[in-house]
Write a protein that binds this ligand. Sequence first.
Ligand SMILES: [Zn+2]
Length: 560
Amino acid sequence: MIDLLFRDALVVDGSGAAPVRADVAVAAGRIVALGRRLDVAAARTIDADGLALMPGIIDSHTHFDAQITWDPTLSPSPALGVTTAVIGNCGFTIAPCRPADREITMKNLTQVEGMSIDALRAGIDWRFETFAEYLAQLRERGSVANVAAYVGHSSVRTYVMGDDASKRAATDAEIAQMQSIVRDAMANGAVGFASSTSPAHNGEGGLPMPSRLASDDEMTALVGAMAEGGRGVYMLTKGAHTTVSFLESLAAATRRPVMVAALLHNSVAPRAVFDDLDAIAAANARGRRLLGQVSCCALTMDFTLASPYPVEGLASWKPALGKSGAALKTVLADRAFREAVRAELKTATTFRLFNSEWDKVHVVETARPDLARHEQRSIAQVAADEGRDPLDTMLDIALADDLKTVFTAQLLNSDEDAVGRMLNHPHSIVSLSDAGAHLTFFNDAGFGLHLLGHWSRDLGAMSLAEAVRRLTSHPASVLGLVGRGTIAEGHAADLLLFDPQTVARGPKRRVHDLPAGAARLTTDAVGVHGVWVNGRQVVDAGGLLANAPLAGQLLTDFAA
Ligand SMILES: [Zn+2]
């Protein structure tokens, strides 16, 4: 019996092949037939009438680890066409976690991923301690989209070392313990091992996230433990000091794919990201599998000086980290502090979120009415008018406004010529939505719709077939997702029906629907007519169905 039949769809099958008009039949969650004018009867027929049908989007870089325990809909990703989300990126996970470490884990996430501490405290359902127990909880609870989970370095380190995880190198005995946790996690269905060495990644009180304290030996040992079963992907958000050649040595030793994040274009050091991509290409030419995670979205962040993520990675910002209220204001007003920040911003570096592009920082909203005259103006404009230094200008507006001023900064990835080349690079992977994190700063969960609409249709940077391939079969093959990522007989019926003439991500809007009423930015889909996960509809033209079924599977079986 056929459950679902799409009639006359423009099938973009995910393989990169040219689109064809065809019917697609689904039974028991799988695609069972594909062809012109299928002679079958179905319980439900959808007249696609030329709308495009593609495999659901696979989002390889999300941070839904905490949210999924209270929100199995993984909002807003499924409504934006995502049918599989990979969680645990950068190694910022919530399992394994001892009860005594819950508070520090949540505080770290608040700092590093911009998650509301009140939402985390009210929301996280802590019924697990080990990684296996966490997966069991996810399996029992269910989710709207399929989920695959990395085992995360920072959680593993905290589990073994407690508070010392953010302070020192590990002993050989501790590394051995970490290896056995990683081995166990892989045996229980982790998709791989994720870590970060990025200086932008700070936890509670400005201490580095635990994985940043790992020596190369520790990293080598843990990636080796991951690879023992002949499966798994190593994912790393790297700092400038982690070289591609070191990562190549890990890829060579383990014969496993290495995903390198976060390759974002920086107009101040425009070659840096291409140097990394060139090094990745050279490693591939030597037979290693390395991929650079790139983004099709300009990185724009909303922030206040109470929690200014764009500058918190600066070493000179350290005195302000972890402070709030009057203590924070004292630091921000301090002359020596400002001089140190100015000096650091003048130094050259390969990766920095904020690079003194004051014309790209705007005042969005002020709390005090007499400051509203600055709204919608750039810091560069205000500073020029007042004949003052831009850093002083921004900080003084914020201080006069009780740190409530909302600024927005266009940080990285806004040069569309450069980004187009990165998206088309043979060894890049379109990723970096960061869905589930940085919820008040930005929302790129709709990256897939943006690739289809903006990059493929509007700019012609790539064909529709290639854009679809990059969102589906490409991540599926890197991650080892079996039977997903293409529209083919026998494959899971993860499907996205959309109008290629209108598909886009809508504007961001602010909602207050997190636990404890915390705010987040969300985005609506444009041109999406339906999303199916394992053959069950979860989204229609109006967005996520009110009673969307928990149709997703916890993916634990990956190709070698
Ligand atoms: Zn991340």
